[in-house]
Design a protein around this ligand. Structure first.
Ligand SMILES: Cc1cc2nc3c(=O)[nH]c(=O)nc-3n(C[C@H](O)[C@H](O)[C@H](O)COP(=O)(O)OP(=O)(O)OC[C@H]3O[C@@H](n4cnc5c(N)ncnc54)[C@H](O)[C@@H]3O)c2cc1C
Ligand SMILES: *[C@@H]1O[C@H](CO)[C@@H](O)[C@H](O)[C@H]1NC(C)=O
Ligand SMILES: *[C@@H]1O[C@H](CO)[C@@H](O)[C@H](O)[C@H]1NC(C)=O
Ligand SMILES: *[C@@H]1O[C@H](CO)[C@@H](O)[C@H](O)[C@H]1NC(C)=O
Length: 496
């Protein structure tokens, strides 16, 4: 077989171990057990095989920003909750792990501007169509085409990854998918991008802005790329994982046979160990804090799957030459509040509660408003019957930038029996031009969460995880031809 490989370079892919000059790594650390870290463990196992020891270092709980809150005996998604039907990695994980899908029940939506509802959905789709045309002309139809075009380009990532291609920077990854169009989206706000594309300001304020506020807690000043992702998140067919999205994380870690080490990583330092009779080996010393104090371990490869920054995964990079720069990485606070109670419909201008039929309330940008959105939610175990009208007393999920005061809760609800609160550093505080942090921090030290500055979503972390696993593999074995290829989506299409 080795001889054949030398003669026929085309067969090289079939016999990489014989061609590779290096043994596989013996130990890999993944910092963080959210969807990014657990997907990284899964893909690293897939690429490097069974010989490598995999550790997932987690300071809190596996799942990270995917977590549930309990209320009166049922669990509700408190962090990342909905998944797009074209999020292929998430779909694959659920299938591979034998989990099931839950579809959120539909409810009528309204857009509130702090004084009145500027748009009210009707239970008749034909009426809705007329309403949309009346209010916004062809803007809604043009928006679906605009988002579809961006989504089509974005979907090219799956073709690259299926064929094992990796990217060494987030800019290169996005450029290979959407060329200068994607770079331009990062350079301008969703407001500017849509104005330039000819959308009306009324439509942007009343439809686009509320979608940004519910998904990212921020208005239309966020970058155009995350804006487009957010609009895709308003499409139909959204789903979540029955039992809770975090089951994907524990499932992936279990299936990767990685060991979870409870501890907070505090520093990483490169080390060179001389080996008797061989070349010196380069390793990373990872120091972490556990319940029994500071301890550490060495690894050949380290993948950081948590947002870096002082208030985030506060990791010190010791003795790197050149030093690893600190990049600005502010995160936006979103507070999730679950309330079991009756909505005070007068607050929203409906004196008669019987006339109020909204199960989802979105908001426009108004400094007077202390909430970003609120909506009726079902427990994670529920498969949902669909189309059910909200009960007079239901569990509502409220998103706000600050924790709600007692007075504010008293305004929103005429009565309530339980309240659960979870504040998050939820996703980046977006601005323009958006600069994306590097993926490769050092020879074998990788960082996943830079891609979140383009757009934060479960699928984005999974894509970043697969890319990092492929990149680590190719760089370990010196396969430079599999890194940073452009225009392959056309070529690969015909190869399939
Ligand atoms: C309220 C809210 C709503 C959202 N809605 C959606 C949605 O509907 N759909 C969607 O796709 N996305 C949504 N998102 C975004 C989505 O949840 C995130 O993009 C995704 O979960 C990020 O996963 P991650 O693994 O990259 O990061 P995280 O989940 O943050 O994982 C990082 C992990 O690293 C650990 N860690 C941090 N520092 C250290 C350290 N020093 N040592 C060891 N461990 C450390 C943390 O404890 C954490 O478990 C939402 C997020 C929030 C907060
Ligand atoms: C985006 O802005 C950066 C500077 O922040 C610039 O270097 C780059 O060329 C711009 N890209 C596009 C496509 O406009
Ligand atoms: C380790 O954790 C303990 C207890 O939480 C804390 O007091 C200590 O300061 C931590 N050490 C470091 C180096 O972070
Ligand atoms: C409901 O909202 C109205 C209007 O904002 C407010 O005056 C009233 O105090 C709120 N609370 C209750 C319990 O009605």
């Amino acid at each position: 077989m080795p001889g054949l490989c030398r003669l026929l370079p085309l067969l090289a892919a079939l016999c990489p171990p014989a061609l590779s000059l290096r043994h596989g790594p013996s130990r890999i650390a993944v910092v963080g057990g959210g969807i990014g870290g657990s997907a990284a463990a899964y893909f690293l196992r897939q690429k490097f095989g069974h010989g490598v020891q995999l550790h997932v270092l987690e300071k809190a709980v596996v799942g990270g920003r995917l977590d549930t809150l309990d209320m009166e005996g049922s669990a509700y998604e408190a962090g990342g909750s909905v998944i797009h039907p074209l999020n292929l990695h998430m779909k694959h994980f659920v299938k591979e792990l034998g989990l099931s899908v839950a579809s959120p029940q539909g409810s009528l939506a309204g857009v509130y501007n702090g004084e009145e509802f500027v748009f009210e959905e009707s239970s008749w789709s034909f009426i809705n169509l007329l309403k949309l045309l009346w209010h916004y002309g062809l803007n809604p139809l043009r928006m679906s085409m605009w988002v579809e075009d961006i989504l089509d380009k974005f979907m090219r990532i799956y073709r690259y990854q299926m064929h094992d291609y990796a990217f060494s920077s987030n800019e290169r990854l996005l450029h290979a998918l959407g060329g200068d169009d994607f770079a331009r989206l990062l350079n301008q706000s969703i407001d500017e991008a849509m104005q330039k594309a000819g959308f009306s300001q009324k439509f942007i304020n009343q439809v686009v802005c509320p979608a940004m506020r519910v998904n990212y807690g921020q208005g239309v000043a966020i970058n155009g790329f995350v804006g487009a992702v957010s609009l895709a998140g308003a499409q139909s067919g959204l789903w979540s994982v029955k039992g809770g999205n975090k089951l994907v994380c524990s499932g992936l870690i279990y299936s990767s046979k990685a060991e979870v080490i409870p501890g907070t990583v505090v520093s990483i330092e490169p080390k060179t160990r001389s080996k008797r009779g061989g070349d010196p080996v380069k390793l990373y010393e990872v120091t972490y804090n556990t319940s029994s104090g500071l301890t550490g371990d060495t690894y050949d490869i380290v993948v950081i799957a948590a947002p870096l920054g002082r208030k985030m995964a506060d990791i010190t990079f010791r003795n790197f030459d050149p030093p690893i720069p600190e990049f600005r990485n502010p995160y936006h606070q979103t507070v999730t509040t679950l309330v079991h109670g009756r909505l005070n419909t007068s607050f929203f201008g409906y004196r008669d509660p019987q006339a109020f039929h909204f199960g989802a309330i979105f908001t426009t940008d108004n400094p007077k408003l202390f909430i970003n959105s609120l909506g009726v939610v079902s427990p994670v175990g529920d498969t949902g019957t669909g189309g059910k009208l909200p009960l007079p007393s239901a569990v509502w999920k409220v998103f706000s930038n600050e924790e709600l005061t007692k007075e504010q809760l008293g305004l929103l609800f005429s009565s309530y029996d339980s309240v659960k609160v979870k504040p998050w550093l939820a996703y980046p505080q977006y601005s323009t031009p958006e600069k994306l942090p590097p993926i490769v921090l050092h020879e074998q030290l990788y960082y996943l969460n830079g891609l979140e500055r383009a757009a934060s979503a479960m699928e984005m972390s999974a894509i970043a995880a697969r890319n990092a696993a492929l990149l680590a593999f190719h760089r370990w074995h010196g396969h430079s031809a599999s890194v940073d290829q452009e225009d392959l989506h056309e070529k690969l299409k015909t190869e399939l």
